[in-house]
Design a protein around this ligand. Structure first.
Ligand SMILES: *Cc1c(COP(=O)(O)O)cnc(C)c1O
Length: 798
């Protein structure tokens, strides 16, 4: 949009005066933030209205992205950048003598997600608007996002994230007129109506009101605004008497109260099922209503609507859509089924067995009695169709939805839709040949890959402005709107002046992070050290512990030989553990105590530092990632479906130290093996152990004195204050046979770290590698990922 600094200052002051009754010099950062956001709202509101009008007037096909998590982080800078007024606002604030960063930091992260999955959903919202595709989000308006993490005495402590705070969510708009009702519990039976058709009759159902709050999603400087719809729950006035006590009311409010803080294992809790159904049913109801408003026939809704199921949490969608079409809108079953399977598509995010959702059939029946009947009908028809197609009984048993008293949600999503995608090449291959092999044989045409991506704008233009300006300086600013122009940097990788510029950019980012580390932890780190970073959720398969094992080895090396010539290292961690995940919390405690040991040992001469930064979230990622020299992506091969922090690090010039897992493989393909450090077992090595049952961590431990010394450090008092945690970790590695093969990969990892050390000594060579990484990171823009979804899965037009 076109706006001068003077116009902005006038609008901003007007808003501040009218809404907050205060003048600029007296306002707090939170008040300034609120007024700034309100000003920005006024700018985009006409665009938003126009967008909605055009879509329905032109009968454009819309994709709805259903996700139980969205993790956008802060929205202010993205909204300003995408409106094209970020620089103007910064200049205006300088003129008004207001610290822009303080105002920006007054915004609370919108953290309605755990990690990668929620961040991906938020990235897709941004990229859908930027590419101009009509793609809308559908999720839950949690009152409390992912918990706030504090570290106390080395332990993780979880605090509620009351992100509405005193400001509320300034970006959202409540849409009362789109309120719908959602039914839960009760009994249902079928009764024939006048024309002999069966209709369900509900007894004692709980009827709740779903109220949508819409959050605008602005495209990058293209005047397009899409919509992220988040549902809240309310008690309908006519049923208020059913909830006389505060506890009664709270039981309803619980539905949108908290985000489940675990993304790596399945939680069979009734409340979770209610959350999943609530957002799915409410979303589908309004989608059908707004489609019918256009005067088009329901049997053709798939021509104008796609519903995407992001992981299995909204996988009840095919059954709920059937219920609506058959029960509420009276379509024949076969017609409804045809429409449903042409509307639904599904992304699988994991091959970890413990994360695959399977609901207890009795629980499901109690909570969703009518949907349960419909699932049984879908399952019966599937079984008999398959049998009449001559499919082997064992294959039918493996793929059916209801068996052994459980409802297999992934199976429902696959049978009830037309597309199944994995999120990186390797992941999709594993789905086809292993996890979903039987489905792949039944429906090969449904399977496709869509490698994850990141919003490059947030990780470059917002998170690292000095980097962005340096890119501008050497290749012009065209890359800001067309990220593929970054490839021009490939022509400059032998120019020492360019490399020197990028070196200074990295040093600047390291200095910013070093200041934050000093301020928040008191630890002093040198920007001459290698900043080696592992930030992601804490999970055994991600193998933060492997990183720890190498740090302990380095510690012993320096104790034995204080003069050992190593490049100083700062190992930086950020990670939340699911509150109930004991092992993960023990790893956090051990990292913190190891940090205490190492950071306070003056005999190490500052060559080694360990830093654990608390409360890792999107905003912290924006500070940490641009400062990294080394990106730790060391999951056990086959376990990390894609990873996306690997892409963010690459784009800001870190060298990836990685196993051949997830999208690391595709990063290697882009930069070439000379510009990445790969180590360890690959997926075939891992699967071979599974087939042969021939892994014995104890014999590695007993036969390798270095490993023995490192592992013994957990239990022999080397690291103080970790009695219980040290024992737990020791037992996981030795007694429980090291499920994620850390000991087998240890030696290769140590060698890879030594290689990093060698490479870093040659700064020119290192910066060349770094620049090659930046230059080829365009491959991972979520703008392109979403374009593939839009064209290949949803058949949208932009
Ligand atoms: C990108 C991101 C993730 C995902 O990190 P992975 O290393 O891919 O698991 C998790 N949390 C936050 C805050 C992120 O920004």
């Amino acid at each position: 949009m076109k706006l001068t600094k003077e116009e902005f200052i006038r609008d901003f002051k007007d808003t501040l005066h009218e809404e907050q009754l205060i003048k600029v010099p007296d306002a707090t950062p939170a008040e300034l933030f609120t007024s700034l956001a309100q000003t920005v709202r006024k700018y985009y509101t006409p665009l938003w209205l126009e967008r909605n009008r055009k879509i329905s007037e032109n009968h454009e096909k819309v994709a709805y992205y259903f996700s139980i998590e969205f993790l956008p982080g802060r929205m202010l800078e993205t909204n300003l950048l995408n409106l094209g007024i970020l620089d103007i606002v910064k200049e205006a604030f300088a003129e008004l003598n207001v610290d822009f960063d303080a105002v920006k930091n007054a915004e609370h992260d919108m953290a309605l997600g755990n990690g990668g999955l929620g961040r991906l959903a938020a990235a897709f919202m941004d990229s859908l608007a930027t590419t101009g595709y009509p793609g809308f989000g559908n999720g839950l308006r949690y009152k409390y996002g992912l918990f706030k993490q504090r570290i106390v005495d080395g332990y993780q402590v979880e605090l509620p994230d009351s992100w509405f705070g005193s400001i509320g969510n300034v970006w959202e708009t409540r849409k009362d007129h789109d309120t719908v009702e959602v039914k839960l519990f009760g009994d249902v039976y079928l009764q024939a109506d006048k024309d002999g058709k069966l209709s369900p009759v509900y007894n004692n159902a709980q009827i709740l009101r779903a109220v949508p709050y819409d959050v605008p999603q602005l495209g990058y400087q293209n005047d397009i605004v899409n919509n992220l719809r988040l549902w809240d729950v309310e008690i309908p006035e006519e049923y208020e008497l059913d909830y006389p006590t505060i506890a009664d009311r709270r039981s309803v409010q619980d539905i949108t109260s908290i985000l489940y803080p675990d993304d790596s294992s399945y939680e069979g809790k009734q409340l979770r099922l209610v959350q999943e159904y609530f957002m799915t049913s409410a979303g589908l109801q309004t989608i059908i209503k707004s489609y019918l408003k256009q005067g088009l026939p329901l049997e053709k809704i798939h021509e104008k609507v796609s519903v995407h199921i992001n992981d299995t949490h909204p996988a009840v969608a095919p059954a709920e859509f059937m219920r609506l079409l058959v029960d509420e809108y009276r379509l024949e079953w076969d017609v409804a089924w045809d429409v449903t399977t042409k509307t639904m598509s599904y992304t699988n995010h994991t091959i970890l067995a413990e994360a695959l959702e399977k609901w207890d059939a009795e629980l499901f029946k109690k909570v969703l009695p009518r949907v349960y009947q419909i699932i049984l009908e879908i399952d019966n028809r599937f079984v008999s169709d398959m049998a009449s197609d001559g499919v082997a009984p064992q294959i039918i048993e493996n793929t059916r939805i209801v068996k052994d008293g459980l409802i297999h949600m992934a199976n429902l999503a696959i049978i009830g839709g037309y597309s199944v995608n994995g999120v990186a090449k390797l992941h999709t291959e594993l789905l086809k040949e292993d996890t979903l092999r039987d489905f792949y044989n039944l429906y090969p045409e449904k399977f496709n890959n869509k490698t994850n991506g990141i919003v490059q704008r947030r990780w470059t233009q917002i998170a690292d402005q000095p980097l962005s300006k340096t890119i501008d300086k050497w290749i012009g600013s065209g890359w800001r709107s067309d990220i593929h122009e970054l490839r021009k940097l490939n022509d400059l990788v032998d120019n020492p002046e360019v490399l020197n510029d990028f070196y200074h950019v990295k040093q600047e980012a390291k200095a910013r992070l070093a200041a934050y580390i000093k301020e928040t932890t008191g630890i002093e780190v040198s920007t001459d050290a290698i900043f080696d970073v592992q930030v992601k959720r804490l999970h055994a398969y991600k193998r933060q512990l492997l990183n720890v094992l190498n740090i302990i080895k380095q510690y012993w090396d320096l104790k034995d030989n204080p003069d050992k010539d190593i490049v100083p290292h700062v190992y930086i961690f950020g990670a939340k553990a699911a509150p109930g995940y004991h092992f993960a919390k023990s790893v956090i405690k051990v990292i913190n105590e190891l940090a205490n040991l190492i950071n306070n040992d003056s005999s190490l001469n500052g060559k080694l530092k360990v830093v654990f930064l608390e409360n890792y979230n999107v905003s912290l990622a924006e500070l940490i990632i641009p400062a990294a020299n080394v990106s730790e992506q060391i999951s056990l091969a086959s376990k990390e479906a894609s990873g996306t922090s690997n892409m963010k690090f690459m784009m800001t010039g870190a060298i990836t130290l990685a196993t051949l897992d997830g999208a690391n493989i595709e990063i290697k393909d882009e930069v070439g093996s000379d510009n990445i450090v790969i180590f360890g077992m690959d997926k075939d090595d891992v699967y071979r152990h599974y087939e042969r049952h021939d892994y014995y961590s104890r014999s590695i431990y007993e036969n390798n004195p270095i490993i023995r010394r490192v592992v013994d450090s957990f239990i022999n008092g080397t690291i103080p204050n970790i009695q219980g945690e040290g024992t737990e970790i020791y037992e996981s590695l030795i007694t429980h046979n090291d499920e994620y093969f850390l000991l087998e990969d240890f030696t290769a990892y140590v060698e890879a770290q030594e290689k990093i050390d060698q490479l870093y000594r040659n700064q020119e060579q290192w910066m060349r590698m770094s620049l090659i990484n930046i230059a080829n990171s365009d491959k991972f823009t979520s703008d392109d990922t979403i374009t593939q979804y839009a064209k290949e899965i949803w058949q949208l037009k932009n």
